[in-house]
Design a protein around this ligand. Sequence first.
Ligand code: C6P
Length: 414
Amino acid sequence: MPAYFPMTLNIEKIRNDFPILERETANGRRVIYLDSTATSQKPVQVIEAMNDYYRRSNANIHRGVHTLAEEATSLYEGARERIAKFINASSSREIIYTRNTTESINLVAYSWARANLKAGDLVILTEMEHHSNLVPWHMLQAERGIELEFIPVTEDGLLDLEAFKALLNRTPKLVSFTHMSNVLGTINPAGEIIKLAHAAGALTLVDGAQSVPHLTVDVQALDADFYAFSAHKMCGPTGIGVLYGKTSLLEAMPPFLGGGDMIKEVKLRSFRPNTLPHKFEAGTPAIAEAVGFGAAVDYLTQIGMDDIAAHEHEITEYALERLEEVPGVKLFGPPAEKKGGVAAFTLEGVHPHDVAQILDQDGIAVRAGHHCAQPLHEKFGIPATSRASFYLYSTKEEVDLLVQGLYKVKEMFG
Ligand code: C6P
């Protein structure tokens, strides 16, 4: 077993932090979790931080002067500080808690875009977007008559930057794109795209659902205007995410949801909104989840994002190599140097759902379907793929078991 362990991280120690990796499925197989792109598993450090919060400190925040309320507020705000540091925001006021990446993108679409875009204004997206960075813009197009254009994806799964430059001549107002594709794994040149967009006078929104969990992200170095991500894909709990925005932009934006906590003052016929970041956080938020999010960021920071990325690269390189050996497997996306830990594939003659179901009999968890990126699958002329994805706890041994499982699938389908 140790021979399989890559050298970058102390995988044995890391795997011990994730109790779920020890469990067995109904037919007595150990779980081989290859679906971290959908949601990551959670280390005990996160589970215990949330548990401790409910056992010791539970109270509503920003509302009370009693000990528990102050403790809960300080835990909630402390997590925000650490998340700000994690992505190098210039202030924690730029970190808006949301429910997830989807809500973060919708916040920009509802608040910034409805205040700033009119009929005929152009928003540039890409062909590799997740539905959460497509549908909010379709909705705005139907409501406002904005225009949408898409940076094409090349056959090898990269963005066509020459086509993007041509689109920039049409003076877009916003360029909104994924930093890393959840299907192809492509890591897009976010810094370059942002620079080009700014030179053309557009703002930028980056969907970081797959990048923040796996790469070192520095929003100031990127010069991103907005950046969205979810806790649950980075060892944290479900139900909480972040919208990062530059202070000047967030300050100028109208509130998104109205209610308690997002106000300074309310009269019968009017209100004054609160300052940042509270202006965008109406109602009692996900407090325990924020505590868990802070613990997740501490956990990843302590291990080191660069080492995590290096480990994932090693696993991905190995996985692509091994999957390519399987007759009938077709891989989608660029080579390992240009992608994160995602391997989407089809197996000739077998529906991706059948592949996933048969693998599951051996405890191997992969996702099958369009992965909320239907237009991208259409582009490649397929309805679905099977997708294996990797994280800091993934091992080469698990890749071997996946490959072994695929040979079994082939045998069953003759
Ligand atoms: N992708 C996947 O299996 P939420 O659900 O809001 O936390 O994240 C949405 C989202 C946005 N952008 C990208 C690039 C994503 O990958 C996701 C979530 C999961 O691929 C669930 S569909």
